[in-house]
Design a protein. Structure first.
Length: 502
């Protein structure tokens, strides 16, 4: 059994980068967040109509995230459309997208990974809190049974005690964990439900993962599901009761071609004004006159060196390491005449002459050696250079700020250096919108505050940039691919593999 590395530590959430190579085909877990409804229809499940409509009466409370009311699910082989109150959600398991359908004729395209990543991170966060309490000789009001029920997953390799036992009486299964009832599942009867129902229920209903594995065994939609767990000092009891299961006669794919993609506007609102529009232009290859080429970038660096000096050239070369990771390395190793290669070879001597370039190296070292506060002195020293306000320098300092937490923020404020990593990230993106690592860095900023929807929207942008070399050789992207592959492999209940999309 493999053990999951910590994704998210105690608040705030930790960075999601994970080094590693990508398995073949893993990149399709990420997609163009700005794709039109027509394009998504062609790629997704538009050829399928719903085969079953289910109506569940739900009970719970607003604070539990499960208000009382009806849950209506239209299910096809590879997609499901869910209505709960005013919310309309389309899960397209072929696209691996969650599409929020809005009443104003728009939709927002989300990654299917974001919700699962949140659950994994929250589960790990609770484990860390439990460890802290145990270290102090205290016991918390919640245990692994509660967390695994509420979040719907168990971390492989977890050592927290959670003795699970399923007792069956007729068509009803009762799940006990550590000696108390935490779930009830009354299986259905009748026709076999379409495959997309099971990952949809895993996402829409609260249940322990041990019940998830039993959910589809009978083939028919469940007639009743109950969940009981403790959150802090309160006990939550939720239930879903099947009211009707019918042939919908006909329900076509609900993402109609006339709906307008509003994902850019959602990024503008969540991240920064205009950033979603910039992302749209970059993905389409229209930002700043088009995506850079290696030769074009080299010519720009040569121009900067001639006009503004070696320090300006070095700072402009830095983002190219993320935009052309393989090509630039091969070019420099071949000994070809190149302004960027020359700049990298003389980086040490340039740093000795320019405080901003030296600060870039010092900040990078501080961040990577887990001593982020050391970057403050470097930022102060950079003011001696006319390059001290360069967006590349700011992007590097933003990463140190993210790792330094509240204490470093106080120190940075007292020192009079920038304190807002988001503003630094956005400024760097405005200057270098084709650098995928800058998009993932900003995504990690949002992941730290548990806004995984925005984080994954920014990751999607990074993976959709028309930068072929970066897509195959950028370590920031390979880490995200590896994380996506592990999420799908270790928590399959939330996804639909190709073999079941029939």
């Amino acid at each position: 059994m493999t053990v999951w590395p910590r994704l998210i530590f105690l608040l705030p959430v930790g960075a999601l980068l994970a080094a590693g190579s990508a398995p073949a085909g893993a990149q399709d877990w990420f997609g163009d967040p700005f794709a039109t409804a027509e394009a998504l229809r062609e790629q997704g499940g538009a050829s399928q109509a719903a085969r079953l409509v289910l109506r569940y009466a739900t009970s719970g409370d607003d604070r539990s995230g499960q208000p009382a009311g009806d849950l209506v699910i239209w299910v096809a082989s590879a997609w499901a459309h869910v209505e709960r109150g005013s919310r309309r959600t389309l899960y397209d398991f072929r696209l691996r997208r969650v599409l929020e359908l809005r009443d104003d004729g728009t939709f927002v395209s989300r990654s299917m990974l974001s919700d699962v990543t949140f659950r994994v991170g929250e589960r790990q966060n609770r484990s860390a809190l439990t460890e802290v309490l145990r270290g102090k000789g205290a016991t918390g009001p919640m245990d692994a049974c509660d967390a695994e029920t509420e979040l719907g997953l168990a971390i492989p390799g977890s050592k927290e005690p959670a003795a699970v036992e399923i007792k069956q009486s007729g068509m009803t299964m009762t799940l006990e964990c550590n000696g108390r009832v935490i779930g009830v599942l009354e299986t259905g009867f009748g026709e076999k439900a379409p495959p997309a129902l099971w990952p949809t229920l895993a996402r829409e209903m609260t249940m322990h993962p041990a019940l998830q594995t039993r959910l589809a065994e009978g083939g028919a939609a469940p007639r009743r599901l109950e969940a009981s767990f403790r959150r802090a000092s309160q006990r939550k009891a939720l239930s879903w009761r099947l009211v009707s299961a019918e042939d919908p006669m006909t329900l076509p794919y609900p993402l109609t071609a006339n709906l307008v993609n509003a994902t850019a506007a959602s990024i503008n609102e969540a991240a920064a004004p205009g950033l979603g529009d910039l992302a749209t232009e970059a993905v389409a290859g229209r930002a700043l006159g088009g995506p850079p080429t290696l030769a074009g970038r080299d010519a720009e660096v040569a121009r900067l060196e001639k006009q503004k000096g070696a320090a300006a050239a070095a700072l402009a070369t830095w983002p190219a390491l993320n935009m052309f990771p393989v090509q630039l390395a091969q070019w420099c190793q071949s000994g070809a005449k190149s302004a960027m290669c020359d700049s990298l070879r003389t980086l040490g001597s340039t740093a000795a002459k320019d405080a901003a370039v030296q600060a870039l190296l010092d900040i990078t070292k501080a961040e990577q050696s887990h001593r982020p506060s050391d970057a403050i002195a470097a930022m102060l020293a950079a003011r001696a250079s006319h390059n001290g306000d360069h967006p590349v320098l700011g992007a590097s300092f933003a990463l140190a700020l993210q790792g330094g937490g509240v204490e470093m923020h106080k120190q940075a404020e007292a020192a009079g250096v920038p304190t807002d990593p988001k503003a630094l990230h956005v400024r760097a993106l405005q200057a270098y919108p084709y650098n995928p690592a800058y998009w993932t860095d900003l995504g990690d900023y949002f992941a730290r505050s548990y806004d995984l929807a925005t984080a994954y929207a920014l990751y999607d942008v990074a993976f959709s940039l028309p930068m072929r070399d970066a897509q195959r050789g950028n370590l920031a992207l390979s880490g995200k691919r590896e994380l996506a592959a592990r999420l799908a492999r270790d928590f399959p209940a939330f996804f639909l593999d190709a073999g079941r999309q029939q």
